[in-house]
Design a protein around this ligand. Sequence first.
Ligand code: PLP
Length: 254
Amino acid sequence: MLRRTMAEFDIKAGLQHVLQRIDEVSMHRPKEIIAAKPILVAVSKTKPAEAVIEAYNAGQRHFGENYVQELVEKSQHPDILSKCPEIKWHFIGHLQSNKINKILKLPNLHMIQTVDSKKLATSLEGAWSKLEPEDKEPLRVLIQINTSGEEAKSGISPSEAPTLYNYIRTNLKNLQLAGIMTIGAYGFDYSTGPNPDFVSLMAVHNSICRENNLPPESVQVSMGMSNDYEKAIEMGSSIVRVGTSIFGYRAAKA
Ligand SMILES: *Cc1c(COP(=O)(O)O)cnc(C)c1O
């Protein structure tokens, strides 16, 4: 196994293992699953800049952070700026409206995966349109859906998600609506059947594609973490967010 103690965790080996599993599983998806080859987002939260650089040097480009302050620090870290010019940051945490301006001006921000209300989407649209240069690309976003219905989790309900999707797609032209995302409940027992969070997200995906006449592979699906990214890919995930299996265990957040 690749797991060692944190200090000696081999990031390159962890990364290669995950990439290999992504390849293998996505090649053997059931025929009815039509989805893009998954993108790996390496979740570097709580890990130092050196860990990001090590993964970058091993070829990784997409990285994810879930705390605004940590993304602010890492994305502007002088070593990361100089050594990782092609890095693509994904914000995967809860975004409060008063933090929007902090996030949007960060270098190499690639995508915000956690848009979960009309209000947040509209604020992002407004803030992005005010940033220089005026001819920049639209801001990539995903709609976060609370498939498990847990109160502690952010996200719009599965039933309201298609309406928010249509709203953003029709009205907010500074946002590039790339797809949908869920975190889901932790510790699902796969011996009992398919993960209901993944089933629910794929059902939302299906309605969005049908209502808008979109090919399934054009609406991205972000689901799956260290312990279930393979299951998620089998069901149609096109973005997996993996931390522990690449960087080793995290110390609990103080
Ligand atoms: C921490 C985190 C992950 C990665 O979790 P691991 O179990 O370490 O792979 C994925 N998505 C989100 C939103 C996270 O906060």
